[in-house]
Structure formats: structure tokens, C-alpha cells
Ligand binder design. Structure first.
Ligand SMILES: *Cc1c(COP(=O)(O)O)cnc(C)c1O
Length: 369
């Protein structure tokens, strides 16, 4: 099998050194191991730019969805959550609430549009029973970057608990968590921190976390129970993904070495801008308007050429060393290219060349194999 780099939004391409960190077996109750967990929690607090006094970090086994489900099932209780959706990950929160029997109201926005805080105010004014608001930061479905700050402001003004799925943006984009008064922010190991899959984490406001005690009807997803155990000495409830944890600790060191979130955001943004310019020069159009585009991932429309076949293009690109992503937008045909992970401008130039060669072969009717 040929090796290829991932231009996908998690799992993503990690460094050799992050992968090497997994070559050690650790037992879960060992003091050294527990200290690694505690140090990860401390570093996450630092990356989130929040004070340890007001916030804490809770790690939980599973992929990102487990974190979102844990927060929703642990925090909403007998209240009602306003779910703001403009993509598949917002819709997943709806699904979680349906499964768990959590009361919710959906404010559905077009996938290429961002929610309006005025509309949120209107909804809150006419629905006094809403206690929580949840939304996605970067909707990885399209690559749109939602305006969490304006909604956070409204949430605060109306005294609602504010939950943000910042899965694909945390660590790669600066988020004013404490300033905005975000109560729960969820991300996972295999996104912008550039670790490997295996756990999710929640940056939680301590006050708000305290209120979740006893709410959750799932044992393994109980955020407070997980926190309570972990807070003692860094021990996870149940078996933790030890190798993933070691890789994550290394990935955090490397984020620091790179210059922190600011530097990483700069690299991703440069990747994104160069990619968009290059693809536009080849005739591709973006799905999301430039002012809403995140530096994380970009959706491109299928070319108008009727002979275009995504699978054929995907295979050609993969043979040449990269994996891109199919689209996830429902109303229009798109494909996606991620800018996150160990990806640099030379990769962007390389992928552009591959697209160019593919298009040339298609236009001359050549055999692409
Ligand atoms: C990746 C991602 C998730 C979680 O997906 P998993 O497959 O469960 O890891 C949730 N929300 C967003 C915005 C994401 O990008």
C-alpha cells in the first residue's frame, strides 16, 4: 500500500515523532501515567486561555461525538436546549437529543449561511423554557466558521448555558473561551492539536460543571463522574487509550514548539489562502463565501464538466500521495480539502500540481491511470 498524506479534517497527518510516542505501553493506574493526564489537562487550560480557577479540562474515551453527547446528556437535564444548526455536526446534536430524549428546539440555518444573534434573541424571547444553547464553531461539513462570539454574548445576556462544539477548530484557531463565557467547549485528540484518534475532551466552566452532578442517564458518558475521578489524581474512569494519550502529550509539546495556537492558526490560514487561490486559478469555485470561510477545511464545487467523476479524481490524487475528502453538504455536489495537520505550503503546491495534471488528462481525453 502506498503511503499518503491526509488532507482531511481528522484523523489528519501527524508527525513521525507523535506516532513514535505510541511505542510505549503504559498501565493506567501508574503514577507516571496519571501525571501525564494531569499535565495534559493543565496544558489544555492554557491553550484555551482560561484560568484554572474558573475552568477545568475533562478527558473522555471515544471520538468527538462522545464528548458532545456527554455534555448534552450531562448538562441539559430537565431543561431545554436551543440547537443552532447549519451542517451535519449541528444535525448530530439534534440526533443526540432525539436518542436521549432531551428537550430541544432547532434553529436551522442554510449550510452556507451563519446564524443571526438577533434571531437567537427572538427565539429566546418567545421560548422562556430554553435553558441551554449549543452550536458548532467550525462546521466541518462545509468549512464555514460560525460567529460564536455574538451568540455567546446573547447567551450571557439571557443567562443561558452555552455549549460549543469546537471539535475542528480548537488548537488551530484562537477562541476567547473565558471572555465569551463559554460554559462547555468540546474538541478531540485527532483534530488541530494533531494527535491520533481515541479520546475527546471538554473545557468546562467549573460552576456549570458542578451543576451537572447526577444529571446523566448514561454511566460511561457522565461528564461529572468522569471529572470527579480524574480530578483526584489524573486517573480515568475505565480503561483509557494509553497510546493515544502519549501521542497527545507529544502533540501538545509540538504545538508549543511551533509557537502555540497563534502560529498554528497562521500556518493553517496560509495553507487555506494559497489553496483557494490555486484552485480558483484552475477554475474551481468555493462553496462558502470568503468572509465566512474557516482556515480549517474548504469545500469546492464539482467542476461543470459532465465527465467529472469524484472517485476517479480521488484515486488519481491518492496514487500521487494525498487523500482528499468527499463533500458533506446536502444540496450541492462538493468535495473538501483540509488544511490542518502536518501540512505546509509545499503540500499545497504539490496538491495543486496533481489537480492540474488530472484536469489536463481529462481535457485531452487521456488515460489517467
Ligand atoms: C470531527 C467532528 C466531530 C466529531 O466527530 P467524530 O467522528 O465523533 O470524531 C464533531 N463535530 C465537528 C464539528 C467535527 O469536525
Amino acid at each position: 500500500m502506498n503511503k499518503y498524506k491526509l488532507l482531511t479534517p481528522g484523523p489528519l497527518t501527524t508527525t513521525e515523532t507523535v506516532k513514535e510516542a505510541m511505542l510505549t505501553d503504559h498501565c493506567t493506574w501508574d503514577d507516571d501515567y496519571k501525571a501525564i493526564t494531569q499535565s495534559i489537562r493543565k496544558k489544555l487550560i492554557k491553550i484555551a486561555n482560561v484560568s484554572e480557577e474558573n475552568y477545568t479540562a475533562v478527558l473522555l474515551q471515544g471520538s468527538g461525538t462522545y464528548g458532545v453527547e456527554s455534555v448534552l446528556t450531562s448538562s441539559v437535564g430537565s431543561g431545554k436546549v436551543l440547537l443552532i444548526t447549519n451542517g451535519a455536526y449541528g444535525k448530530r446534536m439534534v440526533q443526540i437529543c432525539e436518542y436521549a430524549g432531551i428537550s430541544y428546539l432547532e434553529y436551522n440555518v442554510e449550510y452556507a449561511e451563519i446564524p443571526s444573534s438577533e434571531m437567537v434573541e427572538e427565539i429566546l424571547n418567545s421560548n422562556g423554557d430554553i435553558t441551554h444553547i449549543a452550536m458548532v464553531h467550525c462546521e466541518t461539513t462545509s468549512g464555514i466558521l460560525n460567529n460564536i462570539e455574538s451568540i455567546a454574548y446573547t447567551a450571557k445576556a439571557y443567562n443561558k448555558t452555552f455549549i460549543v462544539d469546537a471539535m475542528s477548530s480548537f488548537g488551530g484557531f484562537e477562541i476567547p473561551v473565558e471572555e465569551s463565557g463559554i460554559d462547555f467547549l468540546i474538541s478531540s485528540a485527532n483534530k488541530c492539536i494533531q494527535g491520533v484518534p481515541g479520546f475527546t475532551f471538554v473545557i468546562a466552566k467549573r460552576d456549570s460543571l458542578e451543576k451537572t452532578k447526577g444529571n446523566c442517564h448514561s454511566l460511561s458518558l457522565d461528564l461529572y463522574a468522569q471529572f470527579e475521578e480524574m480530578e483526584k489524581d489524573g486517573k480515568w474512569r475505565f480503561t483509557s487509550p494509553t497510546h493515544t494519550v502519549l501521542a497527545f502529550a507529544k502533540a501538545l509539546d509540538e504545538l508549543e514548539e511551533e509557537g502555540g495556537v497563534k502560529a498554528r492558526e497562521k500556518r493553517y490560514t496560509e495553507n487555506n489562502h494559497r489553496l483557494t487561490e490555486n484552485m480558483q486559478a484552475l477554475g474551481f469555485k468555493t462553496y462558502v463565501a470568503r468572509e465566512y470561510q474557516s482556515p480549517i477545511i474548504t469545500s469546492f464545487l464539482y467542476p461543470e464538466n459532465k465527465n467529472f467523476d469524484f472517485k476517479e479524481m480521488y484515486d488519481y490524487i491518492k496514487e500521487n500521495g494525498y487523500a482528499i475528502y468527499p463533500g458533506k453538504v446536502t444540496d450541492i455536489d462538493t468535495f473538501r480539502i483540509g488544511n490542518i495537520g502536518e501540512i505546509y505550503l509545499e503540500d499545497i503546491e504539490r496538491i495543486t500540481e496533481i489537480f492540474k495534471n488530472f484536469l489536463a488528462l481529462k481535457n485531452t481525453g487521456g488515460n489517467i491511470r
